[in-house]
Design a protein around this ligand. Sequence first.
Ligand code: HEC
Length: 164
Amino acid sequence: MHSFGRILRIVIACACGFCCASCGPHMNIQPSIQPYEREMPEMPAVTVPFTGRLETRTLEASQIVANPLSRTPENLEKGRIYYGYYCRMCHGKEGDGHGPVGQSYVPKPADLSSPALAGLTAGELYYRMLYGTGHEPVMDQTVLPEHRWPLVMYVRTFQKAEGR
Ligand code: HEC
């Protein structure tokens, strides 16, 4: 008898619990913000997009004959520093393709002083630097826009070319 009363109490408690759960407020009808209901907050200007990327692959760039930057010691020095950031480990200090990291590549990094590259216009060299063969990922995903023309100017110093 004692245990029957106990079981009965448990059964009643369960039934009440079930009732409360099924009749009480439903989560899906409580006040809440539905998907897309609120406008997206504005992103801070420095946010990096996770879709798309900087698009600089323009025909105009490859048609540029001379570097738009003036060949000043400051710009050349910038180019030298940026070359150390992005290129030297593969193309080598002298631009001859003998950088330590590049030696495991097939083909080995290009000799930047080669006549084939020296004969390019500044825009073509800019284009090859960003999208040429051998770069994975392509350099336009790595090299900041403001570093590009100083780099082209510095690469020219390996080519002993008068042209910019
Ligand atoms: C991870 C190694 C690596 C880095 C870093 C690198 N390169 Fe290269 N680069 C290569 C390889 C490999 C090739 C392909 C050589 C070939 O195809 O014979 C190449 C080719 C090139 C070419 C010729 C492309 C063509 O289409 O003819 C240019 C110009 C060039 N690199 C410039 C640069 C400059 C400037 C930087 C720095 C902004 C740079 N590279 C960074 C490895 C590298």
